[in-house]
Write a protein that binds this ligand. Structure first.
Ligand code: GRF
Length: 195
């Protein structure tokens, strides 16, 4: 399975995928990392893993569609088959979603369909839920929607802050995102279409 990973920030999920591949848990290669934020740490991690990183800064494009067209071109140039959104903080348009129909996976730090959008961990804390978690899902046009692949739950503890709760959720993210990619890779292989 040839993966393209898209990240906007720290890239700990990128790291978890790269490690799972190195450990032989996923039969896949990371073709390219696309990042949109010049100060993201994800490309530093990519360099250490020998993965090519391409900066596509959304501020350089006049619309979301033009930006997504450039992303699709880049993914195709690197022969990407599946796209993994690993902390990608931009809304996708049909330009990208249709080019990789049912082959875009997202990780979101809540138990969807609760707490869509940004600040999901803060939303959970404010709602006073006692169980939080994360969701890996296939991407459809509506933000943080589409068929759910895997979820994991964590407790919310009385003294939690956004930081402590997010850290607990991220431990689960780093487990279920590689697991979901492994499932996708296995499905692909059983249909004989994968590599
Ligand atoms: C994760 O919490 C993910 O669920 C959210 O953005 C965060 C990215 O973390 N969409 P990282 O950059 O992979 O460390």
């Amino acid at each position: 399975l040839k993966l393209g990973i898209m990240a906007s920030g720290n890239g700990s999920n990128f790291e978890a995928i790269a490690q799972a591949i190195a450990d032989g848990q996923i039969n896949a290669q990371i073709q390219v990392l696309i990042y949109n934020n010049p100060s993201a740490k994800a490309p530093v991690r990519a360099a250490k893993r020998g993965v090519e990183a391409v900066l596509l800064n959304h501020r350089d494009y006049k619309s979301r569609q033009v930006f997504d067209t450039k992303i699709v071109q880049t993914l195709q140039q690197y022969n990407v088959e599946w796209v993994i959104l690993a902390g990608w903080m931009r809304v996708l348009t049909p330009v990208l979603i249709d080019a990789f129909a049912d082959k875009i996976i997202n990780i979101h730090p809540s138990l969807l369909p609760s707490f869509k959008g940004i600040n999901a961990v803060e939303q959970a804390l404010q709602a006073g839920v006692k169980i939080a978690g994360c969701t890996v899902h296939l991407v459809s046009l509506e933000v943080d929607s589409g068929p759910i692949l895997i979820q994991a739950a964590v407790p919310v503890l009385p003294d939690d802050t956004v930081e402590t709760l997010h850290a607990r959720i991220q431990i689960e993210e780093h487990r279920i995102l590689p697991q979901a990619i492994a499932l996708a890779a296995a499905g692909q292989g059983s249909r004989g279409a994968g590599e």
